[in-house]
Design a protein around this ligand. Structure first.
Ligand code: PLP
Length: 433
């Protein structure tokens, strides 16, 4: 029996994070994924040129649209998430904006929450509306009726994060997925903070998953990238998505029925977003993200273990007012965490100190291992003041709705030895006691 781990989806997660989507035999037997540093590809002959351009043959012509190194990354994340197809983008925001405009067009609305990555809220609130696509934010993300209240004829998707930023909030995914599907609209989930190792949204009703691969997937803070994954069984031809129907009609007969049935979203994303907006990932970046994914499960286990210890330490510290981490029994999301995250939680958490902004600043400026950065999901521990660094574009009222106060500190707990991280936080917190 020869090597076929690259295409065996029955293999376990950690085996697939190392093998899925890459066949050395097709690459001069190179064991590691080659970086195809080329802008364009030869057609070979005229007939093949025709087939590549009408998409009756899958292949590569220009790296703005696709590249073999990126293709390995796409197939790997599709395997890890259990999706039918995936597409790589130059950043998480590239992936998110392309996804939303692949679903909605002028006149449409997207129902979302404020407890999200700052730019994702901003995209829906102040950028897309200029092009006719309006974000509607639910009053209470924890209450399913709040979502239902905003859904109308114009609504084309529900968009949330699997672990909300920065308070690590958790929604009842299956209830929201049911609501979306009752209205014939897709449920789109940003799974950046969880990664497919800790949570696979498709198993709980999501239709499209997006990532900032910059974070835990790449895992080492070296590379900006984004990914979109399609589950493959959403009916885009249910009368609510005229753009998708027109696209289907234009490809019918050229592209296989199987592709149109299971990968329609991705095919359109590729032919419109990458072709016209061009937020493609560089192959070198795809390579670096693939390197990160090779150790994803190992790192996430360590992030989760360290974060749980740090959260327990913070919760017991007299200078700490409250800790947002669903792994704590006191968290209002603890029951949902146990139900949806049986293998542990992310390394992300937020906490509020006693003594207001001045005390928060003192802690931020007194830690020696945690570094002040907006980034998250690095293997090294990071710390930030969200109201100054990540949520600064919001009003104070909007920030508070997102769970961001002047005394809030966000941590991205790395994979260092947890006793060092706890000692570092302890010495800083003792200064404000
Ligand atoms: C960082 C991040 C993004 C944006 O990703 P970029 O790669 O920085 O463009 C989107 N969503 C979440 C949850 C993030 O953490």
């Amino acid at each position: 029996m020869s090597y076929d781990a690259f295409q065996n989806r029955e293999l376990s997660f950690t085996t697939r994070q190392l093998h899925a989507g890459y066949n050395p035999k097709e690459n001069y037997w190179a064991k590691n994924v080659p970086i195809y540093q080329t802008a364009a590809f030869e057609f070979g002959d005229f007939e093949r040129c025709e087939r590549i351009n009408n998409h009756s043959e899958s292949g590569f012509s220009y790296s703005r649209c696709s590249n073999p190194t990126n293709r390995v990354l796409e197939e790997r994340i599709a395997s890890l998430d259990g999706g039918s197809a995936a597409l790589a983008f130059s950043s998480g925001m590239g992936a998110i904006s392309a996804t939303l405009i692949n679903i909605a067009q002028a006149g449409d609305e997207i129902v979302s929450v404020r407890t999200m990555y700052g730019e994702s809220v901003g995209l829906l609130e102040s950028v897309l509306p200029d092009y006719g696509v309006v974000g509607r934010f639910v009053e209470n993300p924890d209450d399913i009726a709040s979502y239902e209240a905003l859904i109308n004829e114009k609504t084309k998707a529900i968009y949330i994060e699997s672990l909300g930023n920065p308070s690590i909030s958790i929604v009842d995914f299956e209830a929201i997925a049911d609501l979306a599907h009752r209205h014939g609209i897709p449920f789109v989930v940003d799974n950046t903070f969880a990664t497919p190792y800790l949570f696979r949204p498709f198993e709980h009703g999501a239709d499209i998953v997006v990532y900032s691969a910059t974070k835990y997937l790449g895992g080492h803070g070296t590379t900006i990238g984004g990914l979109v994954v399609e589950k493959g069984d959403f009916n885009w031809r249910n009368g609510k998505f005229p753009g998708m129907e027109a696209f289907y009609e234009s490809k019918k007969g050229l592209v296989s029925e199987e592709e149109l049935a299971n990968r329609l979203f991705t095919l359109r994303l590729y032919l419109r977003s990458l072709s016209y907006f061009g937020a493609n990932l560089a192959p070198m970046s795809a390579f670096l993200i693939l390197q990160g994914i090779e150790t994803l499960s190992l790192r996430m286990e360590r992030h989760a273990k360290n974060a749980q210890r740090v959260a327990e330490f913070l919760a017991a510290h007299p200078a700490v007012q409250s800790v947002d981490y669903p792994g704590l029994p006191t968290s209002k999301y603890h029951a949902l965490a146990k139900r949806y995250f049986p293998d542990g939680l992310t390394g992300m958490m937020a906490f509020r100190v006693k003594g207001g902004k001045a005390a928060a600043v003192k802690v931020l400026d007194s830690v020696h291992i945690f570094d002040q950065m907006v980034n998250v999901g690095d293997s090294k521990s990071l710390i930030v003041h969200p109201s100054t660094a990540t949520h600064f574009m919001m009003t104070e009222e909007e920030r508070q709705k997102a769970g961001v106060f002047q005394d809030t500190i966000r941590l991205s707990v790395g994979i260092e030895d947890s006793k060092d991280l706890i000692a570092d936080l302890a010495q800083a917190l003792n200064l404000i006691q």
